[in-house]
Design a protein. Structure first.
Lengths: 132, 63
């Protein structure tokens, strides 16, 4: 599944999650559900949060999750496999559920595209599914 | 009895107004950080580190 599809699924499945972005290890924006300006703000905030959280520990690479819950809403940032996903929610989100949805989206974006089934519903032969 | 009822009503109104004005959401404001080594920390409102996290988050939460 590509990043855009993973984000589209996230937006469809989670009613709590607002704008979301996915960044690569260098902080480059890979995809977003927000408009460009908003996506840039969200991406910058995510990186700043990771840096701030890293300063409290050994470094930003060690940070796996940051969540900031405020009266006006919450910002979640998750890192996994070198990628980062960040999203905002409204006030009082169900933090565990939001984090689960974001992690699922990030993992989904990493998955290679599924092979399309051939017409006729033929079972795949061994050589079709073998990986090297 | 009327005076007592009026007093109770006034007290209830005062408590409601106090909670509305001063019992606001600071207690709900917090930040949590998790690290790859399994450690985590929670920053509560009032801590200087939390103020920094909150300021960053507010840039993304602007309507």
């Amino acid at each position: 599944m590509d990043v855009a599809q993973a984000l589209a699924d996230l937006a469809e499945l989670s009613s709590q999650i607002g704008p979301a972005v996915i960044l690569d290890a260098e902080g480059t924006l890979l995809g977003s559900t927000a408009e460009a300006d908003r996506a840039d703000e969200l991406a910058r905030a995510a990186q700043d949060l990771l840096a701030a959280a890293g300063e409290l520990h050994s470094g930003p690479d060690e940070v796996t999750r940051v969540e900031v819950e405020l009266a006006e809403g919450a910002l979640f940032v998750l890192r996994e496999g070198g990628r980062t996903i960040a999203a905002t929610t409204g006030p009082r989100p169900t933090a565990g559920l939001v984090a689960y949805d974001l992690r699922t989206c990030l993992q989904g974006a990493d998955e290679p595209p599924r092979q399309k089934r051939r017409a006729g519903g033929r079972k795949p032969k061994d050589e079709d599914v073998r990986t090297t | 009895v009327r005076r007592l009822l009026r007093f109770v009503l006034l007290v209830a109104l005062a408590v409601w107004a106090w909670r509305l004005l001063f019992g606001r959401t600071d207690a709900q404001e917090r930040a949590g950080v998790s690290y790859a080594d399994g450690s985590s920390l929670v920053l509560e409102a009032g801590m200087p580190e939390f103020a920094r996290f909150a300021a960053i988050a507010r840039t993304a939460l602007r309507p």
